[in-house]
Design a protein around this ligand. Structure first.
Ligand code: ADP
Ligand code: MG
Length: 387
């Protein structure tokens, strides 16, 4: 039986045990990002897609102000009231309550509700299970209370929920991809204007596969904040000579080379990576239009090189996973995905060699790091919707 069918019957059954019959179930997927890393907050381009792993939320309305939540995957429940919503150390309810909080702050009138959440997006692996929970919640509450929000409004309030209520400074990409994803298409998102365009992604011969380093180094959030500051510092310097530059999106390499001391300077290397990466996403889109996945894959390797050497956000585990596949004839492209310091690598490879490659990489990873490698075979699937 299909995994999502199993999940759906499970969630319906657990809902029935606790709350009776759900009004409906919403599905909101996790996401990958093919190319365009650390470009979002520099107002460049990203190229995400939603995947065939999702969070499901079953929901119904109550007559009172109670909010009753069950997280099947965590075997936990949580109860509160619309009038007393606050941050909880339990963590997982925050992604749901944060959305409720945003809606209430915007003046929408809700009543209480019951919700059961379950899914198959791995938690904390960089596939944005958090955005999937938020978008599923926003979509479900919008349906349940007939709020008539647009998808863009739901995305923005989901992001705000994560920024303000959960306290994670994520960009807009994760929620955007979960909500707007489309089967067999990637989304070219302009993070400055939020204009987007679908690009065909050939999955006939090729398979996307993720290798999970299984680590999340503690440097991740401090270095993330530092990178943002370094980019801002670079913009401030470039601006002195080129006042039209408001973000690294507006800069080119000639400006970077003119304004910043080259060589070892950290700000130079950060800016060089970002300016090159923003251009690389656009060139990669040309590859997709020309159905040149080989050329697209080479750009993924170049992105990894930049993230590792210039932007310095990789880690030994991700570097090793990319190195292991670099000269494998079936692998078209590979790179670390996400903010860095752990998470998954994303690989595009010839379908027929998947098993062989997984075996090789699993063994090498275990020898080198003493860890069991988790692998996820993912397909590009539709975004948030009613089931
Ligand atoms: P990522 O978004 O990369 O998966 P995060 O740390 O941002 O990692 O978000 C993971 C958190 O989101 C989990 O620790 C949990 O609190 C919440 N979450 C994700 N999926 C579920 C789920 N199926 N059920 C309950 N909570 C979930
Ligand atoms: Mg997240």
């Amino acid at each position: 039986m299909n995994i999502s069918v199993i999940l759906l019957s499970r969630i319906t059954e657990i809902f029935r045990q606790h709350f009776g019959v759900p009004a409906f179930i919403v599905r909101s997927p996790g996401r990958i990002n093919l190319i365009g890393e650390h470009t979002d907050y520099n107002l460049g381009f990203v190229l995400p897609a939603s995947i065939d792993k999702a969070v499901y939320i079953a929901i119904n309305k109550r007559d009172d102000k109670e909010i009753n939540l069950v997280a099947v995957d965590l075997n936990e429940s949580f109860n509160t009231s619309l009038d007393t919503i606050q941050y909880t150390d339990k963590q997982w309810p925050n992604y749901i309550l944060g959305v409720v909080d945003q809606l209430q702050k915007k003046g929408y009138i809700l009543s209480g509700f019951n919700a059961v959440v379950a899914g198959d997006v791995p938690l904390g692996a960089g596939l944005s299970s958090s955005a999937a929970v938020e978008c599923a919640t926003a979509y479900a509450l919008n349906e349940l209370f007939v709020l008539e929000l647009t998808k863009k409004a739901m995305i923005q309030l989901s992001q705000k929920a994560e920024n303000e209520f959960v306290g994670v400074q994520c960009g807009i990409m994760d929620q955007f991809a979960s909500m707007f994803g489309k089967k067999e298409q990637v989304i070219r998102l302009d993070c400055r204007s939020l204009e987007y365009e679908y690009m065909p992604f050939d999955t006939l011969d090729n398979q996307i596969i993720l290798f999970d380093t299984g680590v999340k180094h503690s440097l991740a959030s401090s270095e993330y904040n530092l990178r943002r500051q370094e980019c801002e510092a670079g913009v401030a310097i470039i601006q002195k000579k080129y006042p039209q530059v408001q973000s690294l999106r507006d800069a080119d390499m000639q400006m970077v080379n003119t304004c910043l001391p080259a060589g070892d300077d950290a700000i130079y290397r950060r800016c060089k990576y970002v300016v090159e990466e923003i251009q690389r996403v656009q060139d990669a889109c040309t590859d997709l239009i020309q159905q040149d996945i080989a050329s697209f894959g080479k750009k993924m390797f170049a992105t990894h090189e930049g993230l590792s050497r210039l932007y310095e956000v990789s880690c030994p585990e991700a570097d090793a996973l990319v190195t292991m596949v670099t000269n494998h004839p079936a692998v078209l492209g590979a790179r670390m995905m996400g903010g860095g310091f752990g998470g998954c690598t994303i690989n595009i490879m010839k379908r027929e060699k998947i098993e062989e490659l997984i075996n090789i990489v699993t063994q090498k990873y275990s020898e080198q790091f003493g860890r069991v490698l988790k692998t996820y075979i993912v397909n590009i699937d539709n975004g948030t919707s009613l089931v």
